[in-house]
Design a protein around this ligand. Sequence first.
Ligand code: PGA
Length: 255
Amino acid sequence: MTHRRTIVAGNWKMNLDRAKARDLAAAVAARAAEAGTTELVLCPPAVYVETVAAALGGSSPVALGAQNMHDHSSGAFTGEVAPPMLLDLGCRYVILGHSERRTLFGETDAVVNAKTRAALAAGLTPIVCVGETLEEREGGRTAAVVTTQVQGSLAGLTPTDLEKIVVAYEPVWAIGTGKVATPLQAQEVHALIRGLLGGLASPAVAAKVRIQYGGSVKPDNAADLAVQPDIDGALVGGASLKADDFLGIAKAFGV
Ligand code: PGA
């Protein structure tokens, strides 16, 4: 049993329409108690954040998050969304450095680092994603890749800032593929990440940081992941689009 509150976040990616976003959020809100002690976060597309906020209602235990943001707080950045705008709509979390952002939109560790600092400065909690590709895993480079990503993405953060963030370990080969990392494969990398956080701050700070696993998490594999000592929740893509599946996963991480 961990002393960290587990956290399960739904990354809806570029899916749903406004009515479906509202209905899904309402369904999750109505059944939030099923998650037990697990903290729930919904990360809709930015244009539906306000719709989801309204569906959750003012005092909902379900938190809101975004999937990305710019690192500047305003300015001539056509098409971008600024951290204070997300805060304004009620977001508390923001996913940063998701592998789709890294591979499809060229986000480097330096970019993720700038965004992470900006999120913290704005008062948002970043969910910072890291993870190796299949080629990197098969080449025995998982630890090296994850180490570089963690150290680069979190460079220069104070211990106080590090304590606030959430890290998501998402092996790229497990995202949307139906291939989940085995609980031991995931635990091994989670322990590595916690060790790296200890090096960046202190073991006491690292012990407070919640580290989510992501990549084909489903209700039927969540329980085996949840019992691992360094897995503190999940970042869920596909299965977060169904209230039953999302809450089933959250329940597996809760008590
Ligand atoms: P998946 O996506 O659950 O569909 O594998 C996870 C993610 O990309 O965050």
